[in-house]
Design a protein around this ligand. Structure first.
Ligand SMILES: [Zn+2]
Ligand SMILES: [Zn+2]
Ligand SMILES: [Zn+2]
Length: 250
């Protein structure tokens, strides 16, 4: 099982249009520091599952017939915007697994094109996808949102974005499962208190409670990147800063 982070930026991405902060200037000079919108790719047994669909080069990266399924965290535009192009493709249909959000996003349900929206995933009821056990976990966000824990005989990887904190029933599962990796929403620096996302202090506190798990930060804002440039030693030993292209192999 392999998880590749396709994008690790928050809703603004990095560089932010017109911004001259140190993080945005760095990413203009060296593309390795730029961040696409937050999404990922799960691969197992030669199959590919997209976690959210927002990459600007999605169609080039994944030619017709190469996406086995799409698993959505929630219907905010920055997580689903590539669905609007994909749906009108001339290609095999793609099953889309989703949280229970009857509104969805704009007219996707009315005009799904080749997207085959599946019944809503139920939190805490596992299902099989491309040979991997997927456990949907409730998250705390401004729209109905699910995180997912991917379990294989080799270990577990949880993908938890967008969220502020982790609801008790999801924590109970994670404390028992003790995933090898948790990719976690870390939108802001400790200087900012967002309502619907974690800041770095939140993630430091979470990471302390599962010390043998590697916590990978994602959904990162340019403000947090500036903070990390200023305080490069502020993370715990079991935390790493996510970057576009980062691969987790189990
Ligand atoms: Zn900036
Ligand atoms: Zn969101
Ligand atoms: Zn988001």
């Amino acid at each position: 099982m392999r998880l590749t982070l396709l994008g690790t930026g928050n809703v603004q991405g990095c560089p932010v249009y017109g911004c001259k902060c140190s993080a945005c200037l760095r990413s203009q000079q060296d593309a390795r520091y730029s961040r696409h919108l937050c999404s990922a790719l799960l691969e197992h047994d030669g199959k590919k599952v997209l976690l959210d669909a927002n990459h600007p080069q999605l169609q080039q990266l994944f030619p017709a017939g190469t996406i086995d399924a799409i698993l959505l965290t929630h219907y905010h535009m920055d997580h689903v915007q590539a669905l609007f192009d994909l749906r009108w493709g001339v290609a095999p249909s793609i099953p889309v697994y989703q949280p229970n959000d009857p509104q969805g996003c704009d007219d996707l349900f009315k005009h799904p094109g080749l997207l085959q929206f599946q019944p809503a995933n139920q939190a805490n009821i596992p299902f099989q996808l491309v040979g991997v056990e997927v456990m949907p976990l409730t998250l705390q966000h401004s729209k109905t949102t699910l995180g997912y824990c991917f379990n294989s005989p080799q270990g577990s990887i949880a993908y938890l974005t967008d969220t502020q904190g982790i609801p008790a029933e999801s924590w109970d599962y994670l404390l028992e499962k003790k995933p090898d990796f948790i990719v976690i929403d870390c939108n802001n620096s400790p200087l900012q208190r967002p309502k619907n996302h974690n800041n770095l202090q939140d993630v430091l506190t979470l990471a302390e409670r599962l010390p043998n798990t590697c916590w990978v930060l994602t959904h990162i804002s340019h403000e947090l990147d500036c903070y990390l440039l200023e305080y490069p030693h502020c993370l715990r030993d079991n935390m790493v800063i996510g970057h576009d292209g980062l691969q987790i192999n189990l």
